[in-house]
Design a protein around this ligand. Structure first.
Ligand SMILES: C[S@@+](CC[C@H](N)C(=O)[O-])C[C@H]1O[C@@H](n2cnc3c(N)ncnc32)[C@H](O)[C@@H]1O
Length: 359
């Protein structure tokens, strides 16, 4: 398989598919084959280890085969089973093993999903594939239904849409969105891959100071530590959030600082900050009964005015909020221009990601 282009299935959040495609093509030679809901199919001859370091996506799979001629009838399970028998999965396992240790004895797992109504469920799809793959891999199937799934190295994902489907093997051991630094999780914490994408959107340059004025467990600040030469500062009104930010600090993020403070009255001089990246509290994931919760019913005008005060000339902001109307009303009164908006799917909600520049 050396030198042959491989097809990758890149999983992302709904709304970010084309941004991920644009972003990947900036530093990898790729050809986008197809873009569908939450999945990007690309072809590339780049070394596969380059795909192991992508931080702004949920997960990456190498395509091992396609399903076709499927219907909503149960005999499609047999069709998939026999098609899966022709997938050269051992070759793909060997490819993955070039970059990480794979112990076949630990077994393998399968996640299946589909769109539309079918007379079979996702467990039955996984079961059909299990029969085909166990024969080929001489490895034991681990039931993904089992909550205490033992540690294992091989995971397949299958997805069916209409009369076709795809099956891929996860390139890495765990999903790429899983971060080693996440020791403490706070309710409402942002997914690291979205935080990473938000930092990319703000285009931080060497020497820039970036702040997250409502940093929670510090995800945005922590993600920004992989961008070279910037200083990142997290501010939060909650001491508990700051403790979580400290606990979660990755070892390499020496340049990041965390401060107790109020986003409506930031402890920074006028025009001293180059980038602001923030996932605003939406009220839904937070407890409005306590004092901090109540302070989250924010006045967007006050906040945006304060953010504008601390931003430098050519300053940039990337903000995520679900309260589109309130936010857009407030933005009219502040000297900031909206450069881009993207509707993203997060926590089953549809917040908007705004890219704003100082006018
Ligand atoms: C949606 S959470 C941020 C989540 C964060 N991005 C993360 O990944 O953990 C919103 C945060 O805003 C903070 N917050 C609410 N009102 C604030 C204010 N007036 N000033 C500073 N922080 C505030 C809350 O304490 C909470 O941690």
């Amino acid at each position: 398989m050396d030198n042959l282009p491989l097809t990758y299935c890149i999983r992302t959040h709904a709304g970010l598919e084309s941004h991920v495609a644009d972003d990947l093509s900036k530093f990898l030679e790729i050809e986008v084959i197809k873009q569908s809901h939450r999945t990007l199919f690309i072809s590339s001859q780049e070394p596969i280890e380059k795909f192991l370091h992508l931080k702004s996506i949920d997960d990456v799979f190498i395509l091992v085969g396609n399903f076709y001629d499927l219907s909503n009838k149960r005999d499609s399970l047999d069709t998939m089973r026999s098609q899966a028998l022709s997938f050269p999965i051992n070759e793909y396992v060997n490819l993955c093993a070039l970059n990480r240790k794979i112990d076949l004895e630990k077994g393998f797992s399968i996640t299946a999903s589909f769109v539309g109504k079918r007379n079979y469920n996702r467990w039955e799809i996984a079961d059909a594939l299990r029969e085909a793959f166990s024969k080929k891999l001489s490895s034991q199937y681990l039931d993904t239904n089992n909550k205490s799934l033992p540690d294992h190295d091989i995971h397949f994902r299958a997805h069916l849409d209409d009369d076709v489907g795809w099956c891929g093997i996860r390139l890495s051991k765990a999903p790429l969105s899983k971060r080693g630094y996440k020791r403490v999780h706070l309710e409402g914490s942002l997914a690291p891959q979205i935080a990473h994408m938000m930092v990319k959107f703000v285009r931080p340059a060497f020497g820039d100071v970036l702040i997250d004025p409502m940093c929670g467990a510090g995800t945005i600040v922590h993600e920004s530590s992989s961008f070279e030469g910037i200083q990142s500062i997290g501010v939060d009104i909650s001491p508990q959030a700051l403790m979580a930010s400290h606990e979660n600090r990755p070892t390499r993020s020496r340049a990041s600082l965390f401060m107790l403070g109020d986003a409506r009255n930031l402890p920074f001089k006028d025009s001293s900050i180059n980038c602001i990246v923030c996932d605003m509290p939406w009220g839904v994931q937070t407890d409005l009964k306590n004092e901090i919760g109540r302070s989250m019913q924010l006045d967007y005008y006050v906040l945006l005015d304060e953010f504008r005060r601390v931003l430098s000339q050519n300053g940039r902001m990337v903000l995520l909020t679900e309260q589109k109307d309130l936010f857009e009303d407030a933005i009219k009164d502040v000297e900031l221009s909206i450069r881009d908006t993207t509707l993203v799917s997060v926590f089953g909600k549809q917040p908007t990601l705004y890219v704003l520049h100082v006018e």
